[in-house]
Design a protein around this ligand. Sequence first.
Ligand code: ATP
Length: 511
Amino acid sequence: MATNEDNLKKIIAHSKEYGFVFQSSEIYDGLSAVYDYGQLGSELKKNIKEYWWKAMVQMHENIVGLDAAIFMHPETWKASGHIDAFNDPLIDNKDSKKRYRADVLIEEYIEKIRLKIQKDVDKGIQRFGADFDETQFRATNPNVLRNQAKIDEIHLRFKVAMDEEDMPAIKVLIEELGIACPLSGSKNWTDVKQFNLMFSTEIGSVADAASTIYLRPETAQGIFVNYLNVQKTGRMKIPFGIAQIGKAFRNEIVARQFIFRMREFEQMEMQFFVRPGEEMKWYEYWKKERIKWHQSLGIAVENYRFHDHIKLAHYANAACDIEFNFPMGFKELEGIHSRTDFDLKQHEKHSGKKLQYFDPELNESYVPFVVETSVGLDRTFLSILSAAYQEEKLEGDSERTVLKIPGFLAPVKIAIMPLTRKDGLPEKAREILDVLKFDYNCQYDEKDSPGKRYRRQDAIGTPYCIMVDHQTLEDNSVTIRDRDSMEQERVNVSQLETIFRDKFDIRKRLK
Ligand code: ATP
């Protein structure tokens, strides 16, 4: 049976072979944790962005967009806390020379205990079926209770150590838990060190300390510093949101999981400004909205779950992740954070400018609280690709590799093929292409047998293929072949636009 790691390897190889994702500067042997999106990858990425933007901005009267610069005044990062606190705890294994995030090693250890609990629960379900009371089982079974107590204790020790920035205590925890290097099995660890993840560079031609600037590690701060500009010029009334899609940069310590953890990546963020005291209501609201958005993509719902944060970031009073079942297991896809008034207050302090909102209903001014939704574009891409990638056995001995990408996101929507390269079939096929290309990214393909052409389209996730044959010349009908069912339906060319409008309609998803 293929392991998860094998699956990830296959997805990486497939992405490269068909032009989804290439390693950056590959001819120079690549640059670690930096990737380029190829001819199909860039289409898929663009479609995801568009869908997010539609769902967040176009569908909400009180959310508007922004496109802020990557470079920002360096004081921004002092105010936001990134210069002082945007660190990850780093640990090296002395034998394998591999570097890890200490918090990730501990989280993975906890996940193993969690899996043990789940195994016990699954056994119960198997034995007692519908009569099984999972809540009661979790609250009374001695094995489960013991394992849960272990998890709670590790969480607590880890949280205290992180809050107090006590790096030696983290090392002690790793040693006491007997955590070994996943690659070598060695427990020979260095001390734990804090490592700042921001990239810096210099602006202007005079190299002195004052000209150091940073590549933004998150897009959020561009929204905060523009909050009053947008509120005033857009006449926005609280509650309202500002959405942005853009690049972010982090000098990640461990970057070995393809586009899951990159040093240059893209975020789709929305900061929602609310009345102080109402943030929990909106936090719950956005948790529901965002999981709904992910589930609207059409990937099986059991691939998503919430995970509450143990260690809250310095700015948050509540935070959770939406996790996805990646080939490497459940990992963070999106963060939803109640950021309080921390950022705006800090920017007031550091800039000396008031960032208050006058609330006409309350007749008072205040600094709004903020609820943030922040999803990685590249991780969304990987979630879609990993759920889509399938190797199927077909009748007889043949098999196919198919990307079952949700149709509305597919890079190529329709492939148009003449059965043969003669008898006027190519001309007819191009006629159809010339109509559909206004609305859809289409591909014309006339080379090789129809079977081979279908396989090629399956491999890049094209949901529909139109075949133009001799009957087309007689009655103006073509076949539409469905990628997932592989079934073919004969329809009249005059119906094609209506048929595809319905097939690619995103209304149902956005409702
Ligand atoms: P992690 O714990 O995995 O490092 P994070 O909690 O630091 O992530 P956030 O700061 O909440 O991440 O960023 C919001 C989103 O941006 C994440 O949910 C993720 O989808 C994306 N993201 C963060 N770091 C990276 C990265 N290095 N590569 C790709 N996407 C990233």
